[in-house]
Write a protein that binds this ligand. Structure first.
Ligand code: SF4
Length: 359
């Protein structure tokens, strides 16, 4: 459906009601601006917004605290090695975000100051329109919107919009519509309040309309169309893939790990020896042959341990986990493969959750 939005800005009190609700109900989060200050720190807003792209706010707080403790300033992040940044990101997934954070930190340091407009912020690696708008408004009080899925849902319900939010044009129209009634003096708070309303009250299922500051002006509530808003046509195709993965240990109990290719799923991260398969027996043979080739010796046939699964955005791995204990020491022939002690694994090699949960 073509996005059609010719809806005027809501009545004057709509923004005030939202901001009043926000002032009284917002969660106390470590990256929010301290009380009695007008804006938040751009470095902290940026880190938290990147983390929040795929992670619930409540879940990310301990990760955020650990990350900024390790990299308290932009300079500390810019000067860190990629492996250190990936290690600090461990458990959050979508590791391209961590790589881009470090790259962008290097660029900002070279610029000499944090860019403050959405246009300038959008030129940095990993910063799209949403993050650019969030950092510009929350940290610099720039009049910019930050429209993510939460905000689109809230806006679509408030104005009872039938526009398809899967279309990029709808995001632009919602953004332009919000700008027509964004308060001059509190653009950052307005954006944050929309996000908070979407997270705490106007949730995807069973929104709490009874306690919503917009219960008297929400068109979807008045017309009984909440369950149909927002309209979202595009479905992400999700596929299943069968994986055989091996826990190979040498006589010293060290685990065989490898650096994954620079492209594709979990690119450049450390992982376990693994192959994709359709036939289980053939997969096991392939896995055994791969390990033997990389170690330059014939390894015993791995023994089945358990089945597990890991869900990514577009794919689910159905993982058959095998174990293979070597009776002799071995030196991998491939420089991207090595044996790591438990301590080295913990300190130096970021093993993504898809693998670490199999140990
Ligand atoms: S009244 Fe209900 S549907 Fe409308 S914005 Fe509030 S929570 Fe969402």
């Amino acid at each position: 459906m073509k996005p059609v939005l010719s809806i005027p800005a809501p009545s004057e009190g709509t923004a005030d009601a939202l901001l009043k609700w926000f002032d009284e109900n917002k969660r106390d989060l470590p990256f929010r601006k301290p009380a009695k200050t007008t804006r938040a720190d751009p470095y902290h807003v940026w880190i938290s917004e990147i983390m929040a792209q795929q992670t619930q706010i409540d879940t990310l707080v301990p990760y955020y605290n650990r990350f900024v403790e390790k990299f308290p300033t932009l300079d500390a992040l810019a000067e860190a090695s990629e492996q250190d940044v990936l290690k600090a990101w461990e458990g959050l997934g979508y590791y391209a975000r961590a790589r881009n954070l470090r790259k962008a930190a290097v660029e900002i340091k070279a610029l000499g100051e944090f860019p403050r407009t959405p246009e300038a912020l959008s030129k940095l690696p990993g910063i799209g329109p949403y993050t650019a708008g969030a950092v510009a408004s929350l940290a610099f009080n720039e009049r910019a919107t930050a429209v993510d899925g939460n905000v689109m849902r809230v806006a679509a319900r408030l104005m009872d919009s039938p526009a398809d939010t899967a279309l990029p044009a709808t995001r632009n129209l919602i953004s332009n519509w919000l700008l027509t009634w964004m308060p001059e003096d509190r653009p950052g708070d307005f954006n944050e309040a929309l996000m908070e309303l979407g997270a705490l009250v106007c949730t995807p299922k069973s929104p709490s309309c009874l306690i919503c500051p917009w219960r008297s002006c929400c068109l979807a509530l008045a017309r009984g169309t909440i369950a149909k808003r927002p309209v979202k046509s595009k479905k992400i195709k999700h596929r299943q893939q069968k994986i055989a993965a091996a826990l190979v240990k040498d006589p010293d109990g060290r685990l065989l790990i490898l650096k994954r290719p620079d492209k594709g799923l979990l690119a450049g991260l450390w992982g376990l020896p693994a192959v994709a398969y359709t036939n289980k027996q053939a997969g096991l043979s392939q896995l055994t042959a791969l390990i033997s080739e990389k170690l330059g010796l014939a390894v015993p046939k791995p023994v089945f341990v358990k089945n597990d699964r890991h869900v990514f955005t577009h794919i689910t791995w159905q993982i058959a986990v095998y174990r293979c204990d070597l009776s002799v020491s071995a030196s991998p022939k491939d420089p991207d493969w090595l044996f790591a002690s438990a301590e080295a694994l913990n300190q130096a090699y970021p093993l993504p959750t898809a693998f670490s949960k199999l140990l």
